[in-house]
Design a protein around this ligand. Structure first.
Ligand code: SF4
Ligand code: SF4
Length: 268
């Protein structure tokens, strides 16, 4: 029987999610017995032609050339899975969506006219249809293997969509919010990291993006009312690796819009 053809693609990203796949080591060798790793530039210079049975896509769309390239990747892929916060929410580079990218390039580059970039960083799903989104910054390698295995066996991936709080309780952690008054994004953040930050006595800062149906309005209300969190703290926590995820973006804009209306702060 022919092996399924796997391709791994990079767009605007730091490569950390591809490294999670390389980090699988023993499992990767087993995977290579099952699939033909046809295109994976981080691991090999081999470039087998498509079509591909399964494409894993890391990174966001920040240039016109990448906007065209992702359409071609989609055309060649039977199944397309996005991996990581960049690909599923636009990544940390989506902070540009809240500002003027021309102002940034003018400050950072001596010759900004040579910089060809879009004004926004957007997830892959904003441009093509996506068969599954695996959240995280970086992704969890066990979850990645589960997703690959599920697609190869034509079954739905078993990835829990509950919050980090559930993982935190399963680890038997003392809640840093309740015990120490530390702001924690755990109640609205997707599980997958194993509640690593609360386990080391610090608040979760939302690397895995929004959980299913997150109540971000309630979280930020209680951060301010119960913990006395500054508005800037609320906005900074909503605007990091998953700033462009709709649930986090909506809530952060609600806060900055209120600041503008009250006139006490700069617009963004
Ligand atoms: S999601 Fe995080 S780890 Fe993955 S490529 Fe983007 S910045 Fe890197
Ligand atoms: S420490 Fe954070 S993640 Fe853990 S239970 Fe408390 S709020 Fe939830």
């Amino acid at each position: 029987m022919d092996k399924a053809k796997l391709a791994v693609w990079k767009f605007a990203s730091c490569d950390g999610c591809q490294l999670s796949l390389l980090d699988c080591e023993d499992e990767l060798l087993q995977l290579a017995d099952t699939v033909d790793i046809a295109y994976f530039k981080e691991a090999s210079s081999r470039e087998a032609e498509g079509p591909y049975d399964l494409s894993l896509v890391e990174g966001s769309i920040t240039t016109a050339a990448d906007r065209d390239r992702i359409r071609e990747v989609r055309r060649q892929s039977r199944n397309l899975i996005t991996i990581g916060a960049c690909a599923t929410a636009g990544g940390i580079q989506a902070l540009r969506n809240f500002a003027d990218v021309e102002e940034f390039t003018a400050v950072v580059y001596a010759e900004p006219q040579y910089i060809a970039t879009l004004g926004t960083s957007t997830p892959i799903s904003a441009h093509v249809s996506v068969d599954f989104e695996l959240q995280g910054c970086p992704i969890n390698k066990r979850q990645l293997l589960e997703v690959i295995s599920a697609f190869l066996h034509r079954r739905p991936p078993q990835i829990p969509s509950h919050s980090v709080c559930i993982e935190c309780k399963l680890r038997g952690n003392v809640c840093v919010w309740v015990a120490h008054g530390t702001p924690c994004m755990g109640p609205v953040t997707h599980a997958g990291c194993g509640a690593i930050c609360p386990t080391y006595n610090r608040g979760c800062y939302g690397c895995y993006g929004p959980k299913e149906n997150p109540n971000t309005g309630s979280l930020s209300h209680w951060w301010q009312r119960e913990l006395g969190a500054e508005e800037a703290t609320v906005v900074e926590n909503l605007r990091n690796f998953n700033a462009g995820a709709p649930a986090f973006e909506r809530e952060s804009r609600r806060w900055t819009d209120r600041q503008s209306r009250e006139g006490g702060h700069d617009k963004e």
